[in-house]
Write a protein that binds this ligand. Sequence first.
Ligand SMILES: Cc1cc2nc3c(=O)[nH]c(=O)nc-3n(C[C@H](O)[C@H](O)[C@H](O)COP(=O)(O)OP(=O)(O)OC[C@H]3O[C@@H](n4cnc5c(N)ncnc54)[C@H](O)[C@@H]3O)c2cc1C
Length: 126
Amino acid sequence: MGSIVVCGGSVIGLSVAMMLAADGHQVTVLEANPQGVPADSLAAWDSWERKGVAQFHQPHTLFARFRQILDEELPGMVEKLVAAGGEWMDPLDPLPRMIGDPTSWPDDERFRSVTGRRPMPGPGTN
Ligand SMILES: Cc1cc2nc3c(=O)[nH]c(=O)nc-3n(C[C@H](O)[C@H](O)[C@H](O)COP(=O)(O)OP(=O)(O)OC[C@H]3O[C@@H](n4cnc5c(N)ncnc54)[C@H](O)[C@@H]3O)c2cc1C
């Protein structure tokens, strides 16, 4: 197994680090932000300065393909995001009006994903 350094401890850096670790690699994440992780998400919302992540307080939507990859590679992670205040979103509910056939297909579920603010749950997510 490899010894791998991931540069940046944000959404992608941490996700890839956990996936590599789950595959048995030894992973070190380097993060430029010197501030430690706050105790909880409200403290993160109020006081965590993420100067390297300008959009830290803005809504963030996991795209459906990334949600699928998380389900495959890090089972339970999406459920943890929902438990932390993330909201399920379904682009087919309701179906856009230009789609004439409103029938659900068995694999429509693959389009569902989760949205929230990065320091979940922030204001507006309750
Ligand atoms: C306003 C806005 C809204 C967005 N909304 C969405 C969305 O809804 N859905 C979506 O999928 N994407 C969205 N994006 C894009 C998404 O935020 C980025 O693609 C995503 O954040 C990239 O994740 P990342 O972990 O690679 O980097 P980032 O989240 O940008 O984080 C980079 C990390 O690396 C650290 N870092 C930087 N330089 C170094 C260094 N030299 N050494 C160590 N650490 C370093 C930083 O401190 C930071 O923690 C949005 C982007 C913007 C600007």
